[in-house]
Ligand binder design. Structure first.
Ligand code: PLP
Length: 377
């Protein structure tokens, strides 16, 4: 079935007890067993399994064209579960331009498990091959497009390099969503989402999910970490994300179209804008790879750099009226953020960079807001 149909029907069924179209919320933490201790309906304790979580997992697995999905209480809990697959004694090679919290886990938590970590520029295949060969690598992990530089990595080529050396491949697909890019169909073993972003889509629920391509490639370890580690989403969190999935294709395509319009506007303004980072622009270094592996758009996050560095950038962010100054992305409302201030003194992000998460407002209103705000720089 097509994505739009799966977004509405996968994981859903009419409630057999009441005929309700929407899933009832299963708040019960515990479930009745048979006299012999069996639990024929599949549930015994909500940390190990909950009907709302099952519905969400089925729906996301279908959208990613995967085998099974494993849901967590946040995107960060999901990445930590993946990294735990390499423990103890494994080795993880991770894309250098990755989510700030992911890098923090790999620097501050994962090495304590006896796992070796190396960061590498995944847009450079020769560098990746060298990094994979510097030890027995258990996992190659990367994002595309990245945050906040919007770099594009070639998923199929990375899979080929990593599989040749016996490493699992995982892709954080949060920025693209399954609407625009499906890493599992390009050979990746794991696709992960912070459902806090596009899957949730309304800036009102935190969550994460990992989807496996087939049985046996990390699935048992993820299930174990989910139920024994216990970082699970609440039934209502699952319900909210499942509800949001129905509109995911419409939202993401329109947000990506808005982002492309905003990117073209900024790109044409050579006087007030020094650089625009967005894979949909023909002069972006990853444009051709993005055309090959994404479809229906290039995502709805982009970054611009204003001349003069931090002060003019902050002045632009101070002057927007429609955009909200806030972190995160993927919601229906547009956000602006000065990344270097958020990331702190060790940040590699250019000081004049502003990241935009483009929402579902009309593109012309967003452009008008940026147009007046740029006069501040
Ligand atoms: C937000 C985000 C995460 C972390 O997700 P949380 O739900 O905030 O824990 C991981 N990867 C990417 C690309 C993100 O944008």
């Amino acid at each position: 079935m097509k994505l739009e149909t799966l977004a509405i029907h996968a994981g859903r069924q009419v409630d057999p007890a009441t005929g309700a179209l929407r899933d009832p919320l299963h708040l019960s933490t515990t479930f009745e067993r048979d006299v012999d201790g069996d639990y024929p309906r599949g549930y015994h304790y909500t940390r190990s399994g909950n009907p709302n979580r099952t519905s969400l997992e089925r729906a996301v697995a279908a959208l990613e064209r995967g085998h099974e999905a494993v849901a967590f209480g946040s995107g960060s809990a999901a990445t930590l579960a993946v990294f735990n697959l390499a423990a103890p004694g494994g080795r993880i090679v991770c894309g250098a331009d990755c989510y700030y919290g992911t890098a923090k886990q790999l620097r501050e938590i994962v090495p304590g498990w006896g796992v070796e970590v190396e960061f590498v520029d995944t847009t450079n295949l020769a560098a990746v091959e060298a990094a994979l060969g510097r030890g027995r690598t258990s996992l190659l992990w990367f994002e595309t497009p990245t945050n906040p530089m919007l770099q594009v990595s070639d998923i199929a080529s990375l899979v080929e390099l990593a599989h040749a050396r016996g490493a699992l491949v995982g892709c954080d697909n949060t920025f693209a969503s399954p609407v625009l890019q499906r890493p599992l169909t390009l050979g990746a073993d794991l696709a992960m989402h912070s459902t806090t972003k596009y899957l949730g889509g309304h800036s009102d629920v935190l969550g994460g999910v990992v989807v496996t391509r087939e049985a046996g490639r990390g699935l048992d370890g993820l299930r174990h970490f989910q139920s024994i580690g216990g970082g699970v989403p609440s039934p209502f969190d699952c319900w909210l994300v499942l509800r949001s999935l129905a509109t995911l294709p419409l939202r993401v395509r329109q947000q990506a179209a808005n982002a492309l319009a905003v990117a073209h506007f900024l790109h044409a303004d050579r006087r007030r804008v020094q650089a625009v980072h967005y894979a949909g622009l023909p002069d972006h270094p990853g444009h051709r790879v993005a055309l090959r592996q994404m479809d229906g758009g290039f995502g709805a996050v982009l970054s611009l750099e204003v001349p003069g560095g931090k002060e003019p950038a902050l002045a632009v962010a101070a002057r927007v009226k429609l955009f909200t100054r806030a972190t995160s992305l993927g919601g229906v409302e547009s956000l602006i953020e000065h990344r270097a201030s958020i990331e702190g003194p060790q940040s590699q992000t250019p000081p004049g960079l502003l990241r935009l998460s483009i929402g579902l407002e009309h593109a012309e209103d967003l452009i008008a807001d940026l147009d007046q705000a740029l006069n501040a720089a």
